[in-house]
Design a protein around this ligand. Structure first.
Ligand code: 5AD
Ligand code: SF4
Length: 492
């Protein structure tokens, strides 16, 4: 990857005109910035440094790897938030607490900037697609040097150049964007696993959700580009990939040569070196029988389906514009349990959606008990300006909190019960880190997305090892690595 980047940069002529658009234009600015950072580093007697701070989901984490890759290609060394010359916040706006968190962090960054007059501060991502947030930054945080959004993230190199070559704040916001620019540099956080975007945006317009407004309409990447990227990752040593999209089940429908998500998924597992494939997120209304059968017959596909329920009440589901009923969801979950019994089913649930009563929450709790979710992320409804739900009658905070506590207790009990069902089994774990509490242990992730702690040394990080799950501790296991005498068939 590094060599390829250097080859591309070497081929760019910065004495000529700026290429009109696309990745060539960005490489042009990367090369220009390299000259700038080299000169500046010489002047300062040290290298310029940069840090990317990420809020929100896996898609944002993936975007941040691209931002970091571009910064490194421009000649910055990666450092922490406090000691960077270029600080970029990649924001989330799915719930209000993410917004508040960001303002706190930018406030603190003003102190770093006072200490370091070279410092530049940039803010990008979902929150910047909202006018009110940008207005607030302009007004109350005038020391922010660069603001851009989700549709033009690929222009980052050009914007960095502008920041260093103009004395005004740079704000570049696009209302939409269909372009998918492939092949920009990226700095992967882990050497053995990687997220891979398969689509961008969302067309579902759930009535509470801001995502379709800030990420735009659904766009699928071409399968050939996705598969090529995964081949490259595999040849770089990546063993596990996570296919990313807001609604992966509708992948490929709008391509010139339509292809289903199940077909794409199957193709990814055939790439040499890829041992496990995950995906996120599925919408229950679009999850196909083909996909279930594809997971069932292919042991490389993770035994984990994240299937956001949001609510178990038909009335609330309708108001949320989810387009399925409680019965339909239950039937789907039941069918998955029958077809792939070793798969974990996890979910997202919102409590306190406008008009929700205690009886509606009882319906949600009923689904939690019936499905027996292996894990559930529970959220208190957060009003997002511009969404249809923001104009509906809101539920008082104390009622939301009471219902949330009631639901959370059931969710936790159910998850604990479910975890027990895997105790004593043998599985393959991908070791991800040294255990935080006891460094003689390492921590791995199972195909069903559960965590296991086993005795082992850091050299195991990034490898698949066969483990036995000896003890279940609620949400995780203690186990041991099976030695070669324990000749058992461990499924991947
Ligand atoms: N309030 C609370 N939770 C929300 N989510 C999305 N929008 C909101 C909102 N306005 C939750 C949904 C989604 C998850 C990523 O975030 O449960 O599945
Ligand atoms: Fe938001 Fe619904 Fe799209 Fe998920 S499917 S991103 S909840 S609109």
């Amino acid at each position: 990857m590094q060599n390829k980047l250097e080859e591309i940069i070497a081929s760019i002529d910065i004495s000529g005109p700026v290429p009109e658009e696309g990745d060539q234009r960005q490489y042009y600015y990367i090369k220009k910035m390299r000259d700038y950072t080299a000169a500046k580093s010489q002047e300062l007697g040290r290298n310029l440094t940069a840090c990317t701070v990420t809020f929100g989901c896996q898609m944002n984490a993936k975007d941040s790897e691209k931002l970091a890759g571009i910064l490194e290609a421009c000649g910055f060394d990666v450092r922490d938030e406090e000691n960077s010359d270029f600080l970029i916040y990649n924001t989330c706006t799915v719930r209000d607490n993410a917004d508040q968190h960001l303002y706190g962090r930018i406030g603190r960054a003003s102190h770093y900037k006072k200490e370091n007059p070279e410092m530049k501060i940039a803010v990008c991502g979902c929150m910047m697609q909202e006018k009110t947030a940008v207005d607030k930054l302009h007004k109350s945080y005038p020391y922010v040097d660069l603001i851009f959004g989700t549709h033009n993230l690929y222009c980052f190199a050009e914007y960095i150049y502008e920041v260093y070559h103009s004395d005004k704040r740079v704000t570049e916001l696009w209302e939409s964007g269909d372009r998918i620019v492939e092949d920009l540099p990226t700095d992967r956080k882990f050497s053995w696993k990687s997220g891979v975007n398969i689509m961008y945006g969302c067309n579902n317009f759930c009535s509470y959700c801001i995502v379709p407004y800030v990420r735009g309409r659904e766009k699928s990447r071409e399968p050939i580009d996705i598969l090529r990227e995964i081949e490259r990752l595999a040849s770089d040593g990546v063993k596990e990939i996570m296919l990313l999209g807001q609604n992966v089940n509708s992948y490929g429908k709008t391509l010139e040569d339509p292809i289903s998500f199940a077909e794409l998924l199957e193709a990814t597992t055939k790439i040499d070196g890829i041992e496990r494939v995950r995906f996120m997120t599925s919408h229950p209304k679009d999850l196909s029988e083909d996909l279930i059968q594809c997971i069932k017959r292919n042991p490389k596909i993770a035994r984990h389906i994240h299937l956001p329920l949001q609510s178990g009440s038909d009335r609330i589901l309708k108001a949320m514009n989810r387009r399925y009923t409680k019965e339909q969801y239950l039937a789907l979950a039941e069918h998955i349990r029958q077809e792939i019994p070793d798969a974990a089913i996890t979910t997202d649930i919102i409590v306190g959606f406008p008009g929700e009563t205690a009886e509606d929450v009882d319906e949600t709790i009923d689904v939690v008990k019936k499905v027996g979710f292996d894990n559930a992320f529970t959220f208190i409804y957060s009003m997002r300006k511009g969404t249809p739900a923001a104009r509906m009658e809101q539920v008082p905070e104390d009622v939301k909190k009471e219902n949330f506590a009631r639901l959370l207790a059931v969710v936790q009990d159910t998850a604990k019960e479910q975890a027990e069902r895997f105790a004593g089994m043998e599985m393959s774990a991908l070791i991800e880190s040294v255990n935080e509490e006891d460094s003689s242990y390492v921590t791995g992730r199972l195909s069903n997305n559960m965590i296991v702690h086993v005795k082992g040394d850091p050299s195991l990080i990034g490898s698949f090892v066969p483990v036995k799950l000896d003890e279940c501790h609620g949400f995780y296991y203690f186990g041991h690595v099976l030695d070669s005498d324990e000749t058992r068939q461990v499924e991947l």
